[in-house]
Write a protein of this length. Structure first.
Ligand code: BGP
Length: 491
């Protein structure tokens, strides 16, 4: 068994976790440039100054840097470390990194464009040429090796001025700023890129850092999400017109969810927990609000009613494919605390060092579930294992645990394609070159097949070193996945 012909194999990154060069080439400040480092025990956060001069700190939870008081301004402090500023310096390692990917047989690379690199404040009429040039050089470099770009237009960030002036996605003015940005990207890169994602993990992001809203409360979040739906639909319609043949998706955090037991109340809770994510895909893939939307909003005391005039916009900008991240499965029961991920422990699964259950079959389940529901091609654009890697004295990294994780998950992907007949377009492993963790801001949590010599505070040579899994993955891709099923690969 192997993947289908033309299957896309590659890696995935996000600008603020990977690029660095945070003030270079005319780039403006991103909301993420204000987020400190952290760890599992000590959450990262944003320091702010309130309108009456008080200093405070908003702590980050997994997908958002909490709530900042209305009117407060985030600040960068001398004595804090901000991982996005240097990240792992892809900005200055671009050619070397692309070559490493090419040698691994990649035919796709997912990256996000940093919005403030193109429009430093988001408010300009004309884009920053130096920023565009950086991505143009990257796309040309990829083309040399026949690697297709898969571009995330907005990966959980925005120019900070849009957050401060408009309240980010809570304002419809941000829709106009986003469309101005999209138009520039489509004009410049449209003939070189067919795969586009309008937003990353749109069902999970909220709050200042990700969405530019000072508050992350439901009453602010759901109307802001509606503005993102409108922005996405308009971008899709514009993209289709400007770039015939272009393919649009948006990206969802879709770690599978299981009911804790067959108790009817656990089943009911499970269905509703899954709908928290389906809500977003239903609207963007089908083009209208689902029947359960009113109750979902009422349950959260959100009195928002989607404006009538947006109905046609949503209908005319539906997605071509559905892409998602899958890291784990979650278990929810009637009393569980759950927020897109989390929930109760699953006694049948082992966890990663960061407590994420390892569940390869859950990925096949998810592919079947999503295809049954939408009948649109699927793209796995994030998957992988965050682990502590050890650089051995002989300079190697023996990440057999990662090989095992990838082998088990990729086998399920291929079974979904060949046995379940699910059209899966491709697979881009998260953080193929080690990068800064989103949730904790650490370097210690590594996903890559390529090691980067850098610690949690940004010290190190930044040297790139292929891990054992690099060579293994290179051979898997060369065989289009067939080697995953060779005898002896279970040992
Ligand atoms: C997803 C994000 C990524 C990423 C990944 C892994 O939610 O889209 O940006 O970082 O999760 O999470 P973490 O880095 O916290 O391990």
């Amino acid at each position: 068994m192997k993947a289908s012909d033309g299957f896309l194999w590659g890696g995935a990154t996000a600008s603020f976790q990977f690029e660095g060069g945070y003030k270079e080439g005319g780039k403006g400040l991103s909301t993420h440039d204000f987020e400190t480092d952290g760890s599992q025990e000590n959450p990262r956060g944003v320091t702010y100054v309130t309108t009456d001069g008080q200093r405070g700190r908003a702590r980050s939870s997994f997908f958002n840097a909490g709530s900042l008081p209305e009117g407060s301004i985030p600040v960068i402090e001398e004595d804090e470390y901000y991982p996005s500023h240097q990240a792992v310096d892809f900005y200055h390692h671009m050619k070397e990194d692309v070559k490493l990917m090419a040698d691994m047989n990649y035919n796709v690379f997912r990256f996000s464009i940093s919005w403030p690199r193109i429009f430093p404040t988001g408010l300009e009429e004309t884009p920053n040429e130096e920023g565009l040039k950086f991505y143009e050089d990257l796309i040309n470099e990829l083309a040399k090796y026949n690697i297709e770009p898969l571009i995330t237009i907005c990966h959980d960030e925005m120019p900070v001025e849009l957050a401060l002036k408009y309240g980010g996605w809570s304002s419809r003015k941000t829709i106009d700023a986003y469309l101005r940005y999209c138009k520039v990207l489509f004009e410049r890169f449209g003939d070189k890129c067919r795969w586009w994602l309008t937003f990353n993990e749109i069902n999970a992001v909220r709050g200042f850092v990700s969405c530019g809203t000072h508050s992350s409360a439901d009453q602010v979040h759901y109307p802001a999400a509606h503005n993102m739906f409108v922005a996405s639909a308009k971008a899709v319609a514009m993209g289709h017109e400007m770039m015939p043949g272009s393919q649009f998706g948006a990206m969802y955090a879709l770690s599978e969810i299981y009911p804790a037991t067959c108790h009817p109340e656990d089943m009911w809770r499970h269905m509703n927990a899954r709908r928290e994510s389906f809500y977003f895909i239903d609207i963007m893939a089908r083009g209208y609000y689902p029947s359960y939307a009113r109750r979902l909003l009422d349950d959260r005391h959100v009195d928002f009613v989607p404006p009538k005039e947006d109905e046609e916009v949503l209908r005319n900008g539906t997605l071509d494919f559905i892409s998602f991240s899958y890291y784990r499965s979650c278990t929810v029961g009637r009393n569980s605390t759950f927020n897109v991920i989390g929930g109760d422990p699953n006694p049948y699964l082992k966890n990663t060092d960061w407590g994420w259950p390892i569940d390869p079959l859950g990925l096949r389940y998810c592919l079947n579930e999503i295809y049954d529901r939408y009948q649109k091609p699927l793209f796995i654009v994030e998957n992988g294992m965050g682990a502590v890697d050890k650089l051995e004295e002989d300079g190697t990294i023996q990440d057999d645990y990662r090989i095992e994780f990838l082998r088990d998950h990729l086998r399920e992907v291929i079974k979904a394609i060949q046995i379940d007949k699910i059209p899966v377009l491709g697979y881009t492993m998260w953080g193929n070159i080690d990068l800064v963790s989103l949730s904790t801001g650490e370097m210690t949590k590594r996903y890559g097949n390529i090691y980067v010599d850098m610690d949690d505070k940004g010290n190190g040579s930044l040297k790139r070193i292929p891990k054992k899994s690099y060579y293994w993955m290179r051979d898997v891709i060369a065989s289009n996945g067939e080697s995953l099923f060779e005898e002896g690969t279970n040992e």
